[in-house]
Design a binder for this molecule. Structure first.
Ligand code: FES
Length: 120
């Protein structure tokens, strides 16, 4: 399965509008220079990020309450690169778009907190 980031990287590398069924989002050099960019592709608003040599793409609006992910800080959370929503600070993994949250061990709440994927 190809990730959104891989598809957008392909588009950025060589796709002209309509070529191969792709829609051009922006050039890779433009994204590299900016580090992030909001684009609209086939009516969908997408936040593109260029971090550590990789291209990532997420829906621009946070699924919690619609915060603008394009404006979020990029942070490493226990080895996972995340964008931190500027509105309520949810951490969303760049590679999968999953939300991380801080959890505890209910049997020992004083134990060190750790980040988990929602639903795990
Ligand atoms: S809108 Fe993103 S965390 Fe609330």
């Amino acid at each position: 399965m190809r990730t959104w980031g891989q598809m957008f990287a392909d588009m950025a590398e060589g796709g002209d509008a309509g070529e191969g069924g792709y829609e051009r989002a922006c050039s890779l050099s433009e994204l590299q220079a900016a580090g992030r960019k909001r684009v609209t592709v086939q009516g969908r608003i997408v936040a593109l990020f260029h971090v550590s040599g990789q291209v990532y793409a997420l829906d621009h609006f946070c699924y919690h309450a619609g915060g603008p992910l394009e404006l979020g800080d990029i942070e490493d959370s226990h080895g996972r690169l995340c964008v931190v929503c500027p509105w309520h600070r949810h951490s969303i993994t760049l590679d999968t778009g999953e939300s991380l949250y801080t959890s505890i061990n209910p049997a020992n709440p004083k134990e060190k907190k750790y980040n988990s994927l929602k639903g795990s």
